[in-house]
Design a binder for this molecule. Sequence first.
Ligand code: G1P
Length: 293
Amino acid sequence: MKAVIPAAGLGTRFLPATKAQPKEMLPVFNKPTIQYVVEEAVASGIDDILIITGKGKRSIEDHFDRSFELEYFLKSCGKDEDLKEIKSISEIDADIYYVRQKKQKGLGDAILCAEKHIDGDPFAVLLGDTITQSDVPCTKQLMDVFGKYQSSTIAIEQVSEGKIERYGIIKGSEITDSVYKIDDMVEKPNIDEAPSNLAITGRYVLVPEIFDYLEKVQPGVGGEIQLTDAMRSMMRSDEGRFHDVYGYLFNGRIYDIGNTVEWLKSSIEIALKDENVKDELTEYLKELLKQRI
Ligand code: G1P
């Protein structure tokens, strides 16, 4: 299976940090966000990744490219560990391709840019500004559910009322452990119109028929071509069983990096798992909390 990583958005929720750098390159602890996303795809067994970029996103390509100058420098200083790490990024176990979205027309339009590359097969979508943490990678979990139902499957999570307006929200019923049959979905509803508190969280495995619907769908919330709207019309057409969409209640942690507080939490929680810094950071957090309570 191939993966598509949309990374073309302007990052307006994170200004001014994203004025001159892509939000996907913001570090989470010690790595740029998009590196976690690519690593999740690779850990899920995917070896062909298409990143949808746009204007001002060149540093993403540079990050996954070789840097001979840096490698030479690290070698000459005897920084072997750093050298190994830097080389491992450009030697990641997947072919990475890039295509540019020419105009900011929304997530649905960004995914439409992948149609030629996907070439008629089911594919995974991993939003470039969303990180997941779990023993079995989120995308692999979705691929397993897809394998069982042969239908588009998207990750969902329960969110608090205050967050509902930020997400696509589904209406559906649980048919088996953590798997929901989706009846409807709506992009960024008002709290009183939301059909549930189950949010679409940025990981999808989709049938290629989605492209037909993305081509036809009209601009939705924010005047943008919304993936949620295209999935909704795909689900509602009568053209066959492949058009069902399932939700999978992801068992793990999800961080929406476009949100500043979530971004901070992600760095802290991931750093707390790192042997080199966890003790110092824990002490600091304890002290800080003591002073604030
Ligand atoms: C996108 C999707 C939305 C989903 C969200 C997850 O919205 O359109 O359905 O819930 O990602 O992060 P965005 O965050 O790009 O506005």
